[in-house]
Write a protein that binds this ligand. Sequence first.
Ligand SMILES: C[S@@+](CC[C@H](N)C(=O)[O-])C[C@H]1O[C@@H](n2cnc3c(N)ncnc32)[C@H](O)[C@@H]1O
Length: 318
Amino acid sequence: MQTSQFAVTEGDFRSLFIRDVLDGLQQPQKSLPSKYFYDSQGSQYFDQICSLNEYYPYRTELSMLPDVARDLNSILQDPWEIVEFGAGSLVKIRLLLQQLDNIEHYVPIDIAGDHLRQASDRLQQEFPQLTVLPIEADFTQPAPLPETLPLPKLGFFPGSTIGNFSPEQAQFFLSNIRQSLGDHSRLLIGVDTKKDPSVLHNAYNDSMGVTAAFNRNILNHINRICGADFDPQAFAHYAFYNPVAGRIEMHLISTLAQQVSIDDQMIAFSEGENIHTENSYKYTPDEFLALAATSGWERERIWLDKAQMFSVFLLSAR
Ligand SMILES: C[S@@+](CC[C@H](N)C(=O)[O-])C[C@H]1O[C@@H](n2cnc3c(N)ncnc32)[C@H](O)[C@@H]1O
């Protein structure tokens, strides 16, 4: 495996992190960017969420990928490079690699660098013919892709991570990756569908409390990187489906009046005050295709599971 690349230095990462945290917590409606859930501990919590009975998106998409990969293999005849955004533990890519004959390079991008490098080492050992080029980076920031052979690129963006963007941010992100992947590219993207709100509610309020621990872990991450003194146990997990906006919202609610120091600044919380930590937008297939079309991507194939719990789209660059 080639050496990992870093889009930002550790010092830059810390300064940006502090700026984002203070910006978010100094607004009348306090919020934090959901990308900061993911340090190594947050990535491990996410893996635990994926094994929960209530969390249907992971296992549904996973069960669809062998069929998707079989269909893709007849579409991708020439050598290709896969670029995965928010690659996590690299579980889903294995299901593609087991079926696709023509993948020469794989470029997983993730903000959680240590977790990514460990997962990439394991993948490289399992697939010695493949060139694995992990990049620790924030995929919302412009970053050059590694200079490899000029192969056409298949973007891979599973897990409905697109739902963490607002529709406007999603449109911006999809347009940007359309530019960076190039004119002959394709994008394979997993998107959670609209469904019975009680199913959605349970997926983000599991009985084991793993999602609550994942939500609170953002405060531990801020403590570690920004020198803050949050007591995560003084914040309660709260998640609900907002049917008007078509999204799950996750919040942390201060259980008492308290002050927190972050990089020498004091932030006050009243009892019951909330921090908005994540959105997870849900789309009907038509809604998502309309969004993709405004970002330079057109429909090539759609896969839905029988119960229409999850959708996977193959889009091609227009
Ligand atoms: C919902 S998890 C999905 C993981 C995996 N792709 C899957 O489908 O199971 C989101 C992943 O995206 C990464 N991530 C979130 N925001 C990111 C950002 N702005 N830049 C890079 N990676 C990010 C997280 O570290 C995490 O691995």
